[in-house]
Design a protein around this ligand. Sequence first.
Ligand SMILES: [Zn+2]
Length: 334
Amino acid sequence: MRQLNLHAAEDLRTDEVPMPKPGPRDMVMKVAACGICGTDLTLLRHGPATADPMPLGHEAAGVVLSHGSDVAGLNDGMRVVINPMSTKAVIGCGGPEGAFADYVLVREAEIGRSVFPIPEGISFAAAALAEPLAVARHGVERADPRPHHKVVLFGAGPIGLGAVVWLRRRGVTDLVVVDLNDHRLARAKALGAAHVLNPTDVRLDAALKDIFGAARNAIGEDAVDADIYMDMAGAPTIPNQVVTMAKQNAKLVVTASYRVPVELDFHKLLKSEMIITSAIGYPHELAAVMAEIAEMPDELEIMISHRFDFGEIQMAFDVARSLDCAKVMVEFAA
Ligand SMILES: [Zn+2]
């Protein structure tokens, strides 16, 4: 079978590897769709952590091909999504398995933990969004917005777009999405963001004041009347921009993965008495995502911008890197 391996930085190859054999507690999934993630792009730039080729692909949906005798509740032929974090060696992110492959081994398969059935009416490609949607949902849960909150969301990539979906479902209507890419902003708007801003065109604090109005920081200085800022972009200028314009008690949730330390003006932070926190991964959100995913088929389609066959995977990665895209989905012929 074919499997995509990262051999070194900028060196992705589709290799021929033996079919996986499930142990008594494992299952093998025939992959139908797997999304390209920002993590895949970061790994491609920096190369694998060890000298061994590293299988990629962790946002996968497919069909149960076979399973071990000790796995309860799974039937061969069942349509499922996998939880790549369910094994100690994460699938497609350092472990021996990756889902950019015709088949993937899921160790210690367990329904509701490592494997989730796909609801009827939801395509494999749409179901493969479950993982980024879970990351986005965890970010939104950490922000804990109320319907009346005014929210500024930085970053309209797949995680940011997922956050738009969850914020709207939580009843948030005053939502501004900020991104440098107009293609991504158009999708945020289609998902229900009331306003979108490209900071190359506008002065961000002035534009946000126009939309949300002005408020005060803790010492009475002029500030933007936004309750919550969500950083799903990871541009090093964002944290300081936020502490500079934040009103008293505003909240910043960082979901973006910063590769380098960021300097923060603590004098400005002092004046806002704001809360800064972070959100990583999806400790408990995947089950909730799978329970609600059937209610959002239209949103899921908007989140997918490109589809490629597995045979075109190099091209798929090129498009994902261009940023003129939302989720780039890789599909496997049945
Ligand atoms: Zn991912």
